[in-house]
Design a protein around this ligand. Structure first.
Ligand code: GDG
Length: 477
């Protein structure tokens, strides 16, 4: 079997002892790389004054980490520009936040070309290549132009938008057509897959598409089926592969960490109040402002519950070089301050706000302490926080997940989570009230349903499914 080559914007490089960083995806992909041998390539995170030099290579066991520096212009145009100011907002249905500077589009393609040029000399005939996420959509096309015929797969971690949104992007057709250079395209949900196929059909470039009810190939566990597509002169497969977490390991971490100092101190500081927790990168797609509004509405509608609850919002800074994110940082801090000013008392702070990253272990312990997990994105590819919250719960006394119906995770966690519409403040406030007053038996029943699914289809399973489908190829169709 050939080696695996993974390409992603950033590379989770192991520490000095060779341990990969915590986090399900890094652990699972490292395991796949270790077993088959391979390369993980991406941006080093460093910028150079002029043209970047050759990539640095670090060997760890069976894996070579190939890290490329980028020039400041590259980072501005590719990462802060086209990837995070055009693709991210548009794929999250925020046409209003997209910025369409041609210069940035050119930078996006330039960096994809650079990655392709660096990768080509390293590719061996039997290697399979797995490209991750929206930063690198044109990479397969660039590799094909350079004569690469290996199997290449792509996984999109974020949603794929409906055609009317997608087509508002000036060079949407180049982006759409470049995906035909892959052999397998993975989406988080069947809804994203449908949107993608809808774009091909509307664009008139889906020459032949066999969907799940027309002799499909069976890949992925959630939808059980993918589509075989002939478009832009190539045959490829596309399917939903809902990403999971390292469920069993995260559950045991949470159970272990409850006795630790910081988590114990936090529990004491609550003085018996029920904890409502939100954990998100500070990103407008996560619906943090709407969540705080809903929490305030809950306090207004349920005066008896004031001083009986505390909300903890953890929101580490993210993409601070992008103006929309900087503005949001100020806005959320102000909003928390206002709610605390309006409703707080000399003995009670309604919202605790932490605008920096906590350790993964502490996070696991905090999830377990919480009575309610508030996960309310306006749009999200999957949302791993929802899954981590469930995995961290005490089976005897589990908390309740309040989950936006616009998170990819909603598909798998139906029947367990209390759904909310984050745009509807009153409804989300009622969902919080419902979660807080839910009887133990119902909490246990809902939790078991969700946990069963998460144990069944965890990150290892996800990784194996994608790799099997990629290695098998479209010849099954
Ligand atoms: C993209 C897609 C998709 C958060 N705060 C801290 C911290 N985190 C960790 C969480 C979780 C991860 O970050 C966030 O994952 P999400 O899935 O919620 O969101 P994105 O970062 O937007 O990820 C998303 C995902 O890709 C995977 O395909 O689910 O839809 O947008 O693991 O725990 N970790 C630590 N400290 C923090 O303060 N250590």
């Amino acid at each position: 079997m050939g080696r695996l080559i993974v390409v992603s914007n950033r590379v989770p490089v192991p520490d000095r002892n060779g341990n990969p960083p915590a986090g399900g995806l890094a652990v699972a992909v490292h395991a796949a790389l270790q077993s088959d041998g391979g390369i993980w390539m991406g941006w080093s995170g460093e910028t150079t004054e002029g043209e970047p030099g050759p990539p640095t290579v670090r060997q760890e066991g069976n894996i070579s980490y190939v890290l490329s520096d980028l020039s400041q212009t590259d980072v501005d145009e590719y990462y802060n520009g086209f990837a995070n100011r055009v693709l991210w907002p548009i794929f999250h249905l925020r046409l209003d936040l997209a910025e369409y500077a041609r210069r940035e589009m050119a930078g996006y393609f330039r960096v994809n070309r650079l990655f392709a040029e660096r990768l080509v000399p390293m590719i061996q005939p039997d290697d399979v290549i797995w490209v991750h996420d929206y930063h690198l959509i044109p990479l397969a096309d660039e590799l094909r132009k350079r004569g690469v015929t290996n199997r290449i797969g792509f996984f999109l971690h974020i949603p794929w938008p409906p055609a009317d949104i997608m087509f508002a992007m000036p060079i949407y057709d180049t982006i759409l057509r470049s995906l035909a250079s892959y052999d397998l395209i993975g989406f988080q949900t069947d809804y994203d897959l449908e949107n993608f196929i809808g774009c091909l059909r509307r664009e008139g470039c889906g020459d032949q598409i066999r969907g799940p009810d027309g002799g499909d190939i069976a890949v992925g566990n959630n939808t059980g089926a993918g589509s075989w597509i002939r478009a832009c002169g190539r045959d490829f497969a596309a399917a939903a592969f809902p990403i999971g977490i390292d469920t069993a390991r995260f559950a045991s971490l949470a159970a272990r960490v409850t006795a630790r100092g910081q988590v114990r101190d936090m529990r004491r500081s609550l003085e018996g109040r029920a904890l409502i927790i939100g954990v998100d990168r500070l990103d407008y797609s996560k619906g943090i402002a709407q969540r705080i509004d809903a929490y305030e509405r809950f306090l207004q509608n349920n005066p008896d519950d004031r001083e009986r609850v505390t909300m903890l919002q953890v929101a580490p800074k993210s993409r601070s070089d992008v103006p929309e994110y900087r503005a949001m940082q100020d806005a959320i801090a102000t909003q928390c301050g206002q709610v605390n000013g309006r409703h707080g008392t000399i003995n009670w702070v309604p919202i605790r706000y932490v605008n920096r990253s906590l350790s993964r272990a502490i996070l696991a312990g905090l999830y377990r302490e919480a009575r309610v997990g508030l996960v309310t994105p306006l749009r999200d590819g999957m949302n791993l926080v929802a899954k981590e919250f469930v995995a961290a719960q005490d089976p005897e006394d589990p908390g309740v997940l309040v989950l936006s119906r616009f998170a990819g995770a909603a598909r798998e966690l139906a029947g367990g989570a209390v759904f909310c519409n984050p745009y509807d403040t009153d409804q989300t406030a009622s969902a919080i009230a419902q979660a807080l007053s839910m009887p133990l038996a119902e909490r246990q029943e809902r939790w078991q349903r969700m946990m069963g699914r998460l144990l069944d289809y965890d990150i290892t399973h996800w990784c194996r499914d994608f790799m099997t489908a990629l290695r098998q190829g479209t010849d099954r169709a």
